[in-house]
Ligand binder design. Structure first.
Ligand SMILES: [Zn+2]
Length: 83
């Protein structure tokens, strides 16, 4: 059994396959700080700084992962590709 301090739900658990073929759990703490855009790394608006996925995020496409400027650039590229 793992140590009691690692049994907390606030820890992230990763299943890893060891070179010997065993499946083990690795526990790590969540990253703190603001959510950032996956493209330009700017701080996202409308997203809680708490790193919990169940918290509300913007309902537009790529809400909670990309900023508005990056989504706008993607949409403009798509529309220009169609023309
Ligand atoms: Zn961005």
């Amino acid at each position: 059994m793992v140590m009691l301090r690692y049994r907390s739900r606030s820890k992230i658990r990763n299943k890893l396959r060891t070179p010997g073929g065993k499946l083990v759990l690795h526990h790590r703490s969540r990253k703190s700080g603001n959510h950032r855009c996956g493209n330009c790394r700017s701080i996202l608006a409308g997203v809680s700084h708490k790193n919990i996925l169940s918290y509300k995020r913007p309902s537009r496409m790529h809400g909670g992962s990309l900023c508005t400027q990056c989504v706008k650039a993607i949409i403009i590229n798509m529309v220009e590709g169609m023309i």
